[in-house]
Design a protein around this ligand. Structure first.
Ligand SMILES: Cc1cc2nc3c(=O)[nH]c(=O)nc-3n(C[C@H](O)[C@H](O)[C@H](O)COP(=O)(O)OP(=O)(O)OC[C@H]3O[C@@H](n4cnc5c(N)ncnc54)[C@H](O)[C@@H]3O)c2cc1C
Length: 457
């Protein structure tokens, strides 16, 4: 009998597992259960900035899933898992049996426990519905206040900057992007934001949101000041969606604990993406890396193992790459460790590079500069590659220490591109994924160009 695979969650973790399973096994039965349609959240900012239409946020239409031979149950939630019976129960009372189960349920925004946070015009921008509500509520030059200056908040901020919104950011910690940049990098970003018309308040908390009868909101700050907004975006952190696993026997910490095959303590239950706590490539410790790239890697590894392969994952690389109103910022690996470092800074451009060393290997980096700066984006990719491939740089270490902007020669000389190919998740190059919306005849909209372009729309 064909194996029965059940996937909970239609985000990048779940979808990559499905595509991988089907790549290995044409006959397996695959069922996807997800309370939302299948899409990648990272496409939402492109919809908000009007770079793509809303249907392009979706991973695929009905034709895509029927071509893949997937039974879909959208709009339903899994409420419990019975690991001894190999069944999941849904919120409509039905049960579904599995041979292998993948939990790819992602994470949800933390609630903000202050007065007025549940009022109209205060949004978490996490789901497609949130994005539609925000787009419907926004005039081009609306005043928008962000509570939380982290990675997700800044991705949305950048999208709103592109459409001319007037922006204010409020952050509890003493710097913006506290989990992505050190104080030096954050200070350059702060100055850049202010020069580009974005107001920043750091080291203060929002204590209440007052809603005026004209729809205006007043945010009361802990330093006694206040700021006004038409719209408030709350981006103060996320928590994993694991509540439905209570009593299931699946081991959890902050997320679901997985081994190098993305398997939980129960051998036919796997987990992937934001909900999973797997090995961190840099530290070897268990960690949650709530980013798209980890969800994709986990999904592919889990899918391959569910399909009967024996594939291990070396661990996910902590990485954040962000466009802040034209200033490119990235951090990789152990960027906050206190070890040996090579630093270069030019505050007026601004350009900042901090490379962290572990012997003759790069273990982490912060890199920051304008998008149109020579080699900025290429260097970002090569530095990430040197860290991820754990390249021993030998004599090239000294070269980088004296020439920290000449990354290309050490990268080529150490054959790091070849090393990266060898550690490609499933040991083979990624296949072209083809166009997944069949209703309009498979027209290629060159979405990739939209997503990576450094030119304004
Ligand atoms: C606005 C925004 C922009 C982002 N931009 C980037 C970026 O530029 N780069 C990057 O690396 N990352 C980015 N991220 C983060 C990235 O989107 C997540 O890391 C990624 O979506 C995680 O994928 P996942 O498959 O684990 O979970 P998700 O994408 O969250 O998918 C999980 C799905 O499971 C469903 N689900 C949950 N519980 C249940 C249940 N009990 N029953 C049924 N279904 C359930 C959820 O509703 C959801 O649809 C962004 C996130 C947001 C919100």
């Amino acid at each position: 009998m064909a194996a029965r695979h059940v996937i909970i969650g239609g985000g990048p973790g779940g979808i990559n597992a499905i595509e991988t399973i089907r790549g290995y096994d044409a006959d397996a039965s695959i069922t996807l259960i997800s309370d939302e349609p299948a899409y990648a959240r990272m496409a939402l900012p492109y919809y908000i900035s009007k770079s793509i239409p809303v249907d392009q946020v979706l991973t695929g239409d009905d034709g895509y899933f029927s071509n893949l031979g997937v039974t879909t149950q959208f709009g339903l939630r899994v409420t419990s898992v019975n690991a001894s019976e190999n069944t999941v129960t849904l919120d409509n009372g039905s049960t579904v049996e599995y041979d292998n189960l993948l939990i790819a349920t992602g994470s949800s925004p933390q609630p903000l426990p202050i007065p007025g946070a549940d009022g109209e015009g205060v949004h978490n921008l996490w789901t497609m519905d949130d994005a539609k509500n925000v787009v419907a509520a926004m005039d081009g030059d609306a005043e928008v206040a962000f509570i939380g200056a982290g990675f997700i908040g800044f991705i949305i901020l950048n999208a709103m900057y592109k459409i001319g919104a007037r922006l204010t950011v409020i952050e509890l910690e003493n710097q913006v992007l506290p989990r992505m940049l050190d104080a030096q990098g954050a200070s350059l970003v702060n100055t850049w934001l202010n020069e580009h018309g974005v107001r920043t308040h750091t080291g203060v908390s929002v204590q209440a949101i007052e809603h005026g009868s004209d729809g205006k909101k007043t945010l009361k700050l802990s330093d006694g000041s206040s700021t006004q907004a038409d719209l408030v975006i709350v981006a103060t952190g996320i928590r994993t969606n694991i509540d439905f696993l209570n009593g299931s026997g699946v081991n959890t910490n902050e997320g679901i604990l997985i081994n190098s095959r993305c398997q939980t303590n129960i051998s036919n239950i796997y987990a992937a993406g934001d909900v999973a706590e797997g090995s961190d490539l840099s530290t070897g410790q268990q960690a949650i890396h709530a980013i798209q790239t980890t969800a994709v890697d986990h999904g592919r590894i889990a899918g391959a193992n569910m399909a009967g392969q024996d594939v291990e994952y070396p661990g996910s690389l902590l990485m954040n790459i962000l466009d802040v109103c034209g200033l490119q910022c990235a951090s990789f690996g152990s960027w906050s460790s206190g070890g040996e470092k090579t630093e270069t800074i030019n505050a007026s451009r601004p350009l900042y590079r901090k490379l962290l060393w572990d012997g003759d290997q790069l273990s982490g980096a912060i890199i920051l500069g304008p998008a149109d700066d020579v080699a900025m984006l290429n260097d970002m990719g090569m530095i990430k590659g040197l860290i991820q491939a754990q390249t021993s740089l030998g004599a090239w270490k000294g070269h980088i220490q004296t020439n920290p902007t000449d990354i290309r020669r050490p990268y080529v000389a150490t054959k790091t591109a070849e090393k990266m190919l060898a550690i490609t998740t499933l040991g083979s190059p990624a296949a072209h994924r083809a166009y997944q919306h069949t209703q309009d005849g498979g027209k290629d909209r060159s979405a990739h160009a939209v997503l990576v372009s450094n030119k304004s729309a």
